[in-house]
Design a protein. Structure first.
Length: 268
């Protein structure tokens, strides 16, 4: 098979399992948290870590490991390493953590835990032994023109989504960095970062046109941080913790206060 065809089919598998992972996480969140939240790192309905794990396991294990128990162990190991590295890379790039398993038993640095590793093993057994043969048979039956066309269109959309998300995160991180520096300067000068000061800083953001514009962009409908905070309860940015609180939590309180104001009362 031509290398380009292999890559195109592999990308389609990646998207399929990424969407399936997104659906699974969304449904589990609805069941556990009793509310609908869009999960995932990207704007689209994708959880790429599932797609990467599925395709990587297919390449490594499909047709190579016949023993189900060995496949379970190998799949669990590969996906656990993948989850650990994903957590580490996201933390290094954006100074943020998406999930934290510190409260679960048998965890390592809060990045991975035994329960997830066992579930990964089961998932890989199902993918490699049950689902992937049908998926491979379906894509193999498609013509080159269909595979290349669909893969190209979806790849373009995926890249656009990825670029938009990363750019939005970087812009928000830069704003948080600037706010954190302001807070740090006051701390170094001996100013107490009490609620009064934090409220004053939030008010400064609201009244300064440049800061207000940047803050509005960071909190806008396409804000990746706003979305991630809703999608991942454990999401945090330890380096910019105070700035994150001022920009999102304090501002949310201000918006609720504004909304609760009596419409008959004159507004400033």
């Amino acid at each position: 098979m031509h290398v380009l065809r292999i890559l195109a089919e592999g990308f389609l598998w990646f998207l399929l399992y990424s969407v399936c992972g997104w659906i699974m996480e969304t449904l589990l969140y609805i069941i556990v948290q009793k509310k609908v939240v869009k999960r995932g790192f990207l704007f689209g309905p994708l959880c790429p870590i599932y797609g990467v794990g599925a395709v990587l396991s297919t390449v490594l294990f499909y047709g190579r490991i016949e023993n189900i128990f060995l496949l379970f162990l190998a799949g669990s190991a590969v996906c656990t390493v993948l989850e650990f590295m994903t957590h580490l890379v996201l933390e290094k790039l954006f100074h943020a953590t998406w999930w934290d398993y510190s409260e679960r038993r048998f965890n390592i640095q809060g990045r991975i835990c035994l329960r997830n590793s066992l579930l990964f093993g089961v998932g890989i057994v199902l993918i490699v032994r049950v689902f992937q043969p049908y998926v491979m048979g379906f894509t193999a039956g498609l013509s080159d023109a269909v595979v290349y066309s669909v893969a190209l269109v979806l790849y373009s959309v995926f890249l656009l989504d990825l670029a938009t998300t990363v750019a939005g995160l970087k812009n928000t991180v830069e704003l948080l960095k600037n706010l954190q520096e302001i807070i740090g300067e006051h701390v170094q000068k001996g100013v107490d970062t009490t609620d009064e000061y934090m409220n004053a800083l939030a008010e400064r953001i609201r009244t300064n046109p440049n800061l207000a514009r940047l803050a509005q962009t960071a909190r806008g409908g396409f804000s990746p941080v706003e979305r991630l905070k809703n999608a991942y309860p454990k999401f945090t940015m330890k380096r910019y913790k105070d700035a994150l609180h001022v920009l999102f939590d304090r501002s949310e309180e201000d918006r609720r206060d504004d909304g609760a104001q009596d419409p008959s009362e004159p507004k400033d």
